[in-house]
Design a protein around this ligand. Sequence first.
Ligand SMILES: N[C@@H](CCC(=O)N[C@@H](CS)C(=O)NCC(=O)O)C(=O)O
Length: 329
Amino acid sequence: MSQTNKAGGEKDHAVYKMADGDGQFRRKPSVFRSFISADPNSEFPAEKDRYVLYLNWGCPWAHRANIVRSLKGLEDIIQLVVMDFTLTPEGWVFNGNNGTMEKDPLYGFTKLSQLYFKANPEYEGRYTVPLIWDKKTETIVNNESSEIIRMLYTEFDEFLPEGEREVNKPSGGYYPQRLRKDIDEMNEWVYDKVNNGVYKTGFASTQDAYLSNVVPLFESLDRLEKHLNDRGTKYLFGDHITEADIRLFTTLIRFDVAYYTLFKCNYKMIRYDYPQLHRWLRSLYWEENSETKGVFKHTTHFETYKEGYARALRNPIVPYGPAVEIMPL
Ligand SMILES: N[C@@H](CCC(=O)N[C@@H](CS)C(=O)NCC(=O)O)C(=O)O
């Protein structure tokens, strides 16, 4: 493979090396895996103004956490720190660009890696968002979005009005007991083939690696289309939004705009080829009702998607289209 570098001399920097020697991108497991708990005697008890969520607008994993923080009405309880969406050779940085913070508000840091080293001076993994920081013990509680969102569903409920608590929701909330098996089962293949599938496709560095991921990606989108079509429901598992919707949304809202071109996921487009998924995506984005609370739209930042992925790929060109980011309802 040619290593021609049109974007400058940084292309070979470790931060941009996504594929392994065989051309496949393999996401490393997150390292910080503690849980915030409603139990006041736990290691990380839920408290107001104790925890901080670090993220940027570009990242789909971070987007999950941002959606749940707002859906749950935790804006006054969990602080949000937004970093720039451009992946630099030093990882994510604070620089004040694009309306983000100039410096880390807690320590004045300029790089996310500094928080990782403050939490663990021996840390060796990647410096990823999202992460939840504990101001009291000054460490990272968790940097795995699938776990962060689960803490947010329930563990801060005592700070919320009765009706917003998961136990009091007639639907059972975002991860209802009666749907757990179905949601977990869907999460498993949607994570591998769709959420992470677009990355494995886009970061593949050989034709074989690319094909071995792009084909299952579209087979899985076909499967999701059929799931919605067969059930005829508004959301993936009925009339209420669940975790499965939140996890799929952050990938599909980036699909036509960014993954289609930049990650070469260009076999089909959501808007033209998947009527059910397109209907589902637009209703989450556009409808402002008691289910969506307008949160899906307000946490979506289209302007960062194309540019963020182009930069992460060291691609100097930001694609011009599509003309419309998301079609009207
Ligand atoms: N498993 C993690 C993945 C998070 C992740 O990979 N985030 C990306 C941004 S979309 C990141 O921070 N990448 C920086 C890097 O790998 O250097 C999660 O779901 O929380």
